[in-house]
Design a protein around this ligand. Sequence first.
Ligand code: ATP
Ligand code: ATP
Ligand code: MG
Ligand code: MG
Lengths: 222, 222
Amino acid sequence: ALTLSNVRKVYGSDDQQVVALDDVDLTVDDEEILILIGPSGSGKTTLLTVAGALLRPTSGLVDVGGTDVTDLGDKELARFRRDQVGFVFQSVNLVPFLTAKENLLAVRQLGGGRIDKAAKARANELLDELGLADRAGNLPSQLSGGQKQRVAIGRALMNEPALVLVDEPTSALDSKLGRQVMELLHREIKSRGVSAIIVTHDDRVLDFGDRTVEIVDGVLQA
Amino acid sequence: ALTLSNVRKVYGSDDQQVVALDDVDLTVDDEEILILIGPSGSGKTTLLTVAGALLRPTSGLVDVGGTDVTDLGDKELARFRRDQVGFVFQSVNLVPFLTAKENLLAVRQLGGGRIDKAAKARANELLDELGLADRAGNLPSQLSGGQKQRVAIGRALMNEPALVLVDEPTSALDSKLGRQVMELLHREIKSRGVSAIIVTHDDRVLDFGDRTVEIVDGVLQA
Ligand SMILES: Nc1ncnc2c1ncn2[C@@H]1O[C@H](COP(=O)(O)OP(=O)(O)OP(=O)(O)O)[C@@H](O)[C@H]1O
Ligand SMILES: Nc1ncnc2c1ncn2[C@@H]1O[C@H](COP(=O)(O)OP(=O)(O)OP(=O)(O)O)[C@@H](O)[C@H]1O
Ligand SMILES: [Mg+2]
Ligand SMILES: [Mg+2]
C-alpha cells in the first residue's frame, strides 16, 4: 500500500515558483490499480516521482508498505527504490549500451542478485509477452519508440516490485499493442498483490484500473 | 512537394537484417497533410527520417521540392535540412541548456539568420499558441513531458520550412491540448502551402489530415 499525506512539491524559488503538488492526500491499497489523469503540466509525473521516492516532497509524508520514505537517508532511499519500486519513466530511460534483454537483466544485478536461470527465464517471458522476442539482442538505438517503451515496462516488472509506477505506458503504442501491454501490467499487478499508479491520457487505459483520479494544477480533484 | 520512389531501408547486415522500408512509393503534394499510421515497429519513424533527409535510404530516390536529396553531399544535406525541413522527433530532442524560447530562436540562428524583432515575435506567438507563454524561460529539465513536446513542435515551425515532418505530436498530450496543437499545425501547414507528414496512432489526429496511409512491416498498404 502507498499513502501520500499532505504532500506539497514546489519547484523553483522566490518569484518563479511552481506549485506542482498542492496538499495531496492519496492512498493506493495492495492489489489496487489507480489511474491518474489530468492536463499536460498538471503534476502527474511529479506525483509519480514523489510516490516512488525519486524526488523528495517540499513537505508532507510518503508511506510505502509501512516505510516512511521521507525519513530515509539517500543511501537507504536508493536501496529501497531498487528493491521495492518498479518505475516506467515518461521518457523511457534505457541503458544505451545494453541490449533489450540486458536492460531487463541489469535490474536483477542492481538488486545484488545473480543473473541465474530464473532471471533469464523471467526476462525472456516478459520480452515475449511484450512482443519483443525478436528484438531482445538489439540496443536501444536500434529500436523503435514503441519498442523502447515496451522494454522499459519489462524492466519495471523484472524484480517483482511492491509498487509499480508507470508514466504513460501506451503513448508510443497502437491500440492492439497498447491493449496487450495493459493486459500484461494488469496481470502482473493483480497476481502479485502490489499497488500501482498508472499515469495516462489514453482513454482506453481507464478500463484497466480500479479507480480513476484526476489532478489539475497540482490539486487532486474530489 | 515530396516524392519517395522505390525507397528501401535495410538496417543491420548479414543474418540480423531488418527491412524497415520495403519498396516505398509515396507522393505528398504542396498543402497536403498526410497522416501515417501503422503498428509499433512498422517503419513510420524510418520513413519520416528518410523523407527529411536525416537518414540515407539503402536504395531509391527522395525528391523534396524538386531537389534529389539522395544526390547531395553531407554538407549540402545539412544545409538543406536546416532551411527546408521542420522535424518533430518522437523523442523530442531539445537543447538541454537552452530555455523553451531559446530553443525556438536557435533555429533562426542555425539558418545563418539573426535573432531580430521578427524572430522574437514569431517565437512568442508560437509559444503562446502552444500554451507555453508562462514556461518560455524554463529549461527542458524544468518542463513536463507534454510541455517539451510542444516546444519541439514550435521549433519545427519556427523557420517556416517547406516540409513539415512530425513524429507523434500528441503522444504526451491530453485531448484538449492535442486538439489545440493539431489546429496550430493545420493552420501553419495550410497557410504556407507546405507538404506535411504526421505520424500518429491517435485516432483523433486523423481528422486533421487530407489523406491517411498505413504502413505494415515496411510496406505501404494500398
Ligand atoms: N539502427 C537500427 N538497427 C536495427 N534495426 C532498427 C534500427 N532502427 C530501427 N530498427 C528497426 O526497424 C523497424 C522500424 O523502426 P521504426 O522506428 O521506423 O518503427 P515505428 O513505426 O516508428 O515504430 P513506433 O511506432 O514504435 O515508433 C523496427 O523493427 C526497429 O526495431
Ligand atoms: N525542475 C522543475 N523546475 C520548475 N518547474 C518544473 C520542474 N519540473 C516540472 N516543473 C513544472 O511542474 C509542473 C508539473 O510538471 P509534471 O511533469 O508533473 O506534469 P505532468 O502532469 O506530468 O505533465 P505531462 O502530461 O505534460 O507529462 C509543470 O508546469 C512543469 O513545467
Ligand atoms: Mg508527465
Ligand atoms: Mg516511431
